[in-house]
Write a protein that binds this ligand. Structure first.
Ligand code: UFG
Length: 334
């Protein structure tokens, strides 16, 4: 499985990274994995959606907005930034686009100014499959048309474009990782890092709650899609595999370059297949309420991960059952 492009964590050496949004779901898992690989981590998070107890022990924590991180660059010398801080609810972005443009796009531009003022040039950015919109062809590779269908996706695409311009003009080294459907948790004994969104909108944690009897029936959004079982197909990727890809991304590229890399498993699962996995893992049935389609949901989203394999030497190691099992364990301890 080792290709020439593959770098184990420890070949990076000891470095210091600023992790914005490190109190959130993906940011906290990446921060924990960086610490496990013996890096220094400084987390900046305004806790607007994150949880302070999700910041892994060993990381320095500062409660601040991404527009206020200047003093951290005075205090520390960073080798780069992993930028997760963002609003991430698609539906909310439709009803309150100003919040998304100001927070996600405006915040990132301010962060880039701060990085440039302090000669920090490496950034790994949390982008999304939502930049592609309702893609006509699957699997979706990085050359697919970008026609986002929400302000959330549009803003993330705007940031990707800004990163390309900053790389070219200012010699930054930028990588945009476009996630598909992230799931699962990082479990360390009785401590875990997983999904605690408020409100929760994602399928797996909601299905687990319904199975556990902690919520009413799961709303199944649409059974008339042009897919084999009529429900939407998505590409689920384990958050620990995703974290591994981020750490690999810290050592690719060169000044002046911006790369876009999709992160997905390369295969799709329908909503009914996910629910089957939930029932298998929990040993309980998921009560269902089959309703109409949710606005804006494309029928099928599956990643091509060829570039991730080539550029990062990355291949996801954990399957859907493992994602559901880890999310279930997390919901019991978290
Ligand atoms: N679903 C249900 N019931 C629910 C929740 C979800 O049936 O209660 C269905 C959705 O309709 C969809 C699938 O489960 O078909 C997955 O939905 P999620 O909300 O878990 O994930 P999305 O595919 O909507 O969202 C993901 C990322 C977003 C990203 C988006 C791009 O989580 O960050 O893909 O399309 F913006």
């Amino acid at each position: 499985m080792h290709s020439p492009a593959m770098r184990p964590y420890d070949t990076l050496g000891h470095m210091r990274w600023l992790v914005t949004g490190g109190a959130g779901y993906i940011g906290s898992v990446v921060a924990a994995q960086l610490l496990s690989a013996d890096h220094d981590v400084v987390v900046a998070d305004d806790l607007s959606t994150g949880h302070q107890d999700a910041v892994p022990p060993g990381a320095a924590f500062h409660r601040c907005d991404v527009t206020e991180v200047g003093p951290l660059f005075e205090q520390w010398s960073f080798d780069g930034v992993l930028h997760f801080a963002a609003r991430s609810i698609v539906g909310e972005s439709v009803t309150d686009p100003a919040l998304y443009w100001r927070n996600n796009v405006g915040g990132t531009l301010a962060l880039l100014d701060t990085m440039r003022a302090h000669d920090v040039s490496r950034i790994v950015f949390s982008s999304t499959a939502a930049t592609y919109g309702d893609s006509a062809h699957v699997p979706i590779d990085e050359s697919a048309p970008t026609i986002p269908t929400s302000p959330y996706g549009a803003g993330k695409l705007a940031i990707d474009l800004a990163l390309a311009d900053h790389a070219r003009a200012y010699g930054m080294c930028a990588v945009s990782l476009r996630y598909f459907n992230v799931a699962g948790a990082l479990l360390h004994g009785q401590v875990g890092y997983g999904e605690r969104h408020r409100p929760e909108t994602h399928l797996i944690p909601l299905a687990l709650r319904s199975a556990a009897g902690e919520a009413g029936p799961l709303q199944l959004f649409g059974t008339d899609y042009p897919t084999p079982d009529g429900t939407c197909i998505r590409d689920y990727v384990h958050v620990v595999d995703l974290a591994d890809a981020h750490i690999r991304a810290l050592s690719v590229g060169h000044p002046g370059e911006h790369r876009v890399i999709n992160l997905g498993s390369g295969s799709g699962s329908s909503v009914r297949e996910v629910l089957h996995a939930v029932e298998k893992v929990t040993g309980r049935s998921v009560p269902l309420n089959e309703t109409g389609r949710r606005a804006g949901d494309p029928a099928v989203l599956v990643a091509s991960n060829t570039r991730a394999a080539h550029d990062l030497g990355w291949r996801p190691q954990r399957d859907l059952t493992q994602m559901v099992d880890d999310a279930w364990q997390f919901s019991r301890v978290g």
